[in-house]
Design a protein around this ligand. Sequence first.
Ligand code: 5AD
Ligand code: SF4
Length: 490
Amino acid sequence: MTSRPEQDQETNGNTVSENSARPAAGGNTRKVFVRTYGCQMNVYDSERMTDVLGPEGFEATNTLEDADLVILNTCHIREKAAEKVYSELGRIRKVKEERAKSGKDMMVGVAGCVAQAEGEEISRRAPIVDLVVGPQSYHQLPGLLDKARSGEKVVETEFDIDAKFGHLSERAQTQVLKRAPSAFLTVQEGCDKFCTFCVVPYTRGAEVSRSVEQILSEAERMAAAGVREVTLLGQNVNAYHGEATDGSSWGLGRLLRRLSEIDGLDRLRYTTSHPRDMDDDLIDAHRDLKSLMPYLHLPVQSGSDKILKAMNRRHTRDDYFRLIDRIRDASPEIALSGDFIVGFPDETDRDFEDTMDLIRRVGYGSAFSFKYSQRPGTPGATMENQVPEEVKSARLAELQALVSAQQKTFNETRLGMVCDVLLEKKGRNEGQLVGKSPWLQPVQLDAPEALIGSIQAVEIVKIGSNSLFGQIIDRQNSHENPRPVTAAMA
Ligand code: 5AD
Ligand code: SF4
């Protein structure tokens, strides 16, 4: 499974975001503007790129016009990804020309999965691009930039993921930045599953897990920098099988158990998982670990056995139902989330109805849904009986109406409940903070800024369309149980 793809007409999945890393302190530095498309793994990678560039004298900026270096960290999961990058490059060219009038230069890099997939083609079609760098080569950025500065067009799309993580961690060790209370940590990258709709095995390469030691030291550094919640990332995160120092191989359940012992890391999450890799130990971890949040993103894509087979998902709908039962036995309060694709080749009304039936039976707290998009080079792209666009649109609308209703019902069951909320940042209005519930819902409440980074017992007093509203409960004087209260899904 991949993490969140780029959002367009479909669901609330993804973001396009500017530099999330904090700008470095003043000085005579150059500025880097990073625009991130796609999944959380790209968000993590963008932060690491900014980390790597810090010691090279770059500070992050959110203003394109100020940038000496622009990096587009791209996503290739669905339609027209490359075209969007080319049109963005067109806009950047104009800004670069404006800067040139006042004698300022601007270097342009394309990173991420479009860089990996398109390679040299990018600098051919968009001559303003100085540097094309695939996801496994970010640790080499300083050297690659030097090369590019000397006028050479640089294209680096080798797969050498071990080197990437080794170097990125090493660099990060020299950083003593205070981090936001919630952070991503990539533990696994790439995928060997080859679902027939998906480009990830081609753009991110074979599955590789980082070593236990590397992950623990990065997590410990995060905790020391004020991180309270870590989300472990991987395209197939529950296929994690990292090597420990004694040479043994650890699965994700074992890794989570060890991470839960780190002081200060009060909340653990992981995304995204494949149903086939939910082993007993991981399911048990949901029962055993207080810090493992009761939320699981477990994409199934379709509820039709015929389509699941054609997608090469290698499980049936009944396997999925049995799995969900086991997970709910272990963690009755868990909120489930999923990904769905409508209009995969040869999907009939009957197949689609099977998907709707699956959704009704499972009951999701949230879900992401997409129209099937033919990705060049994947088996699905050349399958017969491609589904017409208008049929896809109609099915998507129907499916989204169902999951929105489920999400609303789920959110409403939180009303009056007291739960732990991690306060993450300032809200839109003065005196307001935004935090996250155990079920990954945004919670808005009135609280002083000094409470950012703390976990508070909060009573949910109102349900909005996209977030919950709460009030902090004084734990000492409260008779309420500050641990999350179980609520059954509709
Ligand atoms: N078409 C539509 N959706 C896709 N996804 C991945 N590839 C495609 C595609 N070719 C969706 C899947 C996956 C999510 C990250 O993106 O649902 O789980
Ligand atoms: Fe996920 Fe399948 Fe794509 Fe692998 S091939 S990333 S399991 S959707």
